[in-house]
Design a protein around this ligand. Sequence first.
Ligand SMILES: CC(C)(COP(=O)(O)OP(=O)(O)OC[C@H]1O[C@@H](n2cnc3c(N)ncnc32)[C@H](O)[C@@H]1OP(=O)(O)O)[C@@H](O)C(=O)NCCC(=O)NCCS
Length: 148
Amino acid sequence: MNIHYDTLKQEYLDAITSLDKLCFSIPWSKNLFASELASSLAHYVLALDGESVVGYCGIQSVAGEGSITNIAVAPAYRNRGIASKLLEQIIDYGRAHKLDFITLEVRESNTSAINLYTKYGFELVGSRKGYYADNHETALLMTKILTQ
Ligand SMILES: CC(C)(COP(=O)(O)OP(=O)(O)OC[C@H]1O[C@@H](n2cnc3c(N)ncnc32)[C@H](O)[C@@H]1OP(=O)(O)O)[C@@H](O)C(=O)NCCC(=O)NCCS
């Protein structure tokens, strides 16, 4: 396995949309990814195995604040450090763009993702009850300060 990384491009839109369907109960549409690609406020890093998109992480930044939109790795590629590499690149992007902090929401049952974010210095700052439309699960809000 030889994983390499690239930013989101038009040619990856079908593959990232398929990957999202594999990873989430409420996946994003191709149109939504296309609008992220067109947005100067959004930045996406992809993990590729050959031509296949096997992971991605995205961030939107406004007025010095970053918000992670999503992170996902294809089931067959998990537990090999790919999400870690993606998140490191997004944090580096945040620092390079002088963001004050990066925030995110995560389902309270999503232990894997909570552990991942905690490992990279994100801290619990609050919660939103019933945030997710499918099962009314609570969202935890986590933040990593970049200015310290
Ligand atoms: C969360 C997810 C992105 C992790 O991807 P991954 O490539 O397997 O993660 P990594 O191999 O880089 O693991 C990094 C850290 O995440 C945590 N982690 C990953 N998988 C875990 C698991 N099954 N159980 C507990 N912790 C886990 C650990 O802290 C791990 O660090 P460690 O290896 O030092 O223990 C992946 O499980 C996924 O795509 N899940 C479905 C989509 C999703 O829920 N995304 C989050 C939306 S907020």
